[in-house]
Design a protein around this ligand. Sequence first.
Ligand code: FE
Length: 184
Amino acid sequence: MALRVAALEQLLTDKGYCDPDTIDRLVELYETRVGPHHGARVVAEAWSDSAFHEHLLANASQAMSGLGISGMQGENMVVVENTGDVHNVVVCTLCSCYPWPVLGLPPRWYKSEPYRARVVREPRTVLAEMGCHVANDVEIRVWDSSADLRYMVLPRRPAGSDELSREELAGLVTRDGMIGVALV
Ligand code: FE
């Protein structure tokens, strides 16, 4: 795969379709600077500010760009909220579509065939196997991301976190919690 990618990059560069410096800059950006800490900031803001919370659920990409978070693979993001009655989990059944500006690059398991196939058919079992035990009376909704529309989960705010600052709240939020395969 690495050789094929290198050959493809060389060909595109030779034909003048892309600039290797641009590719290096993008790789560096997503490997070191863009990641789940952005999503955690969005979640902490939603837990702290009811107007932002409402805006986030109505138009996630627009609300996030108000925090300076936007970019490639995040043009049309939708946030789905966990409640006492509903637990949400995200997949891309076709490939690996994922909201890069808030979560960075997808983990390997997210792209794997077993996760993509099974989380749709038996979400409760798959979640339990990943250590995420959703109570039987809580409905599980599975959201299928695509190139046009990418989902992120807004986890439930933990009990006893009323006094925490936004930074402290953000520290509680995990990448897996925003995919919906873990509880916060
Ligand atoms: Fe995909």
